[in-house]
Design a protein around this ligand. Structure first.
Ligand code: 5AD
Ligand code: SF4
Length: 368
């Protein structure tokens, strides 16, 4: 990126350099950054975000291997191929032993974190999930990240006591009307309460949102960025909306990859040291964009370790299953790409540098 001939406007440079320091971007400034169209100005935003990334989280890129262990979901999000009303999908659950084996294999491939992801599947009771987490913690040295959707406080607490380190729960959209229309029977307030519980329990907590949802404005996106800041999210996943034909939103256009990249950059400016992946969805729309995300603030890559026989049916959006098989095979290609950028693969667990555990879960453990 960067052709060396750009001279971006002084006002923008000033705003970006203040934001690199102690200035917290205002909503108006965030809207202006997301609305940039001039390629030199957009480039200046990426350069600033890349500088903030280097200063606060360094050059390392961390690998988090994902296992999508169940495609069953009790919810009916209008955008998602796993929604319960999509009867055209083969559903699967990966047997517990196989999940643990996959975790072991990703450790051998250099991952330091396993992400256990599923739809909201009540088959995985508190006890069953705790047993899987304990086995992985006992048999590997991986950090365990969960991405299981909304659960009770007691579930989250039990998972934490079994050794889970981190939890991903995207807020999806900070616009209340948009959230209500896209997630039937659920509310943004419930989602935020879950995120607060997770923080209270000492999880490193990830949120995130989609870009390009039908009806979403740049102002809505600015509110997403501000909610990320208010939540103090330790990890932030940002991907384009991709229409899935077997959902009510099948006819809507996909999100704009350039807007996703600008959003990644702005979120880097705002959070400074959060962990930000270059998301799979970005790669589905455009492989180059996923790589470009590493020049615009991203520092995490999440290879999919779900075996292909299952992954083909984890069709949140079209193309996901294909990328999954590709992602595992192309881990080496990504390593080469990272080293061509002078970015080593991180050897540690890659937690958020500024993360401070509140520790309430342990206090509760000794009391109760
Ligand atoms: N396009 C892109 N991302 C999607 N997600 C769900 N459906 C889609 C879609 N059609 C995202 C949501 C969810 C994550 C697992 O995948 O943000 O939290
Ligand atoms: Fe289920 Fe998550 Fe898909 Fe919603 S986005 S239908 S909760 S898997």
């Amino acid at each position: 990126m960067g052709n060396g001939t750009c001279t971006s406007r002084q006002g923008l440079e000033n705003m970006l350099s203040r934001a690199q320091g102690s200035h917290d971007l205002t909503r108006g400034e965030i809207v202006n950054l997301l609305a940039l169209t001039d390629s030199c100005e957009v480039e200046a935003l990426y350069v600033a975000a890349d500088r903030v990334r280097r200063e606060h989280v360094g050059d390392d890129i961390f690998l988090r291997g994902i296992i999508e262990f169940s495609s069953h979901c009790r919810n009916n999000c209008l955008y998602c191929g796993l929604r319960r009303d999509n009867t055209g999908l083969e559903r699967y659950r990966i047997p517990d032993d196989e999940i643990v084996d996959l975790a072991r294999s990703m450790e051998r491939e250099g991952c330091t974190t396993v992400v256990l992801q599923s739809g909201e599947d009540p088959f995985y009771t508190r006890d069953r999930m705790c047993a899987i987490i304990s086995r992985i913690k006992g048999e590997t040295s991986l950090a365990v990240t969960l991405s299981l959707g909304e659960r009770t406080f007691e579930d989250y607490r039990a998972f934490r006591l079994s050794g889970a380190d981190r939890y991903l729960l995207r807020h999806e959209s900070a616009s209340r009307p948009l959230y209500a229309s896209l997630c039937p029977g659920r509310t943004l307030d419930d989602r935020i309460r879950c995120l607060e519980w997770l923080r209270e329990l000492g999880y490193e907590t990830g949120s995130g949102f989609m870009v390009g949802l039908p009806g979403q404005t740049v102002e809505d996106l600015a509110d997403d960025v501000i909610l990320i800041r208010e939540l103090g999210a330790d990890m932030v996943g940002i991907g384009p909306f991709i229409p899935h034909a077997q959902t009510p939103l099948g006819a809507h256009p996909a999100g704009d990859v350039n807007l996703v990249l600008k959003t990644v950059a702005v979120v880097r400016m705002v959070t400074r040291d959060a962990n930000i992946p270059a998301t799979t969805a970005l790669g589905v729309l455009d492989k180059q964009s996923r790589k470009r995300a590493f020049h615009a603030g991203a520092n995490v890559y999440m290879p999919v370790f779900t075996p292909q026989s299952y992954a083909k049916d984890y069709e949140i959006y079209p193309g996901k299953g294909l990328v999954s098989s590709d992602a595992r095979k192309s881990l080496d290609a990504y390593r080469e790409f990272f080293s061509s950028m002078g970015r080593p693969v991180g050897r540690g667990k890659g937690g958020r540098p500024g993360f401070q555990e509140k520790g309430t879960v342990c206090e509760k453990k000794t009391v109760g």
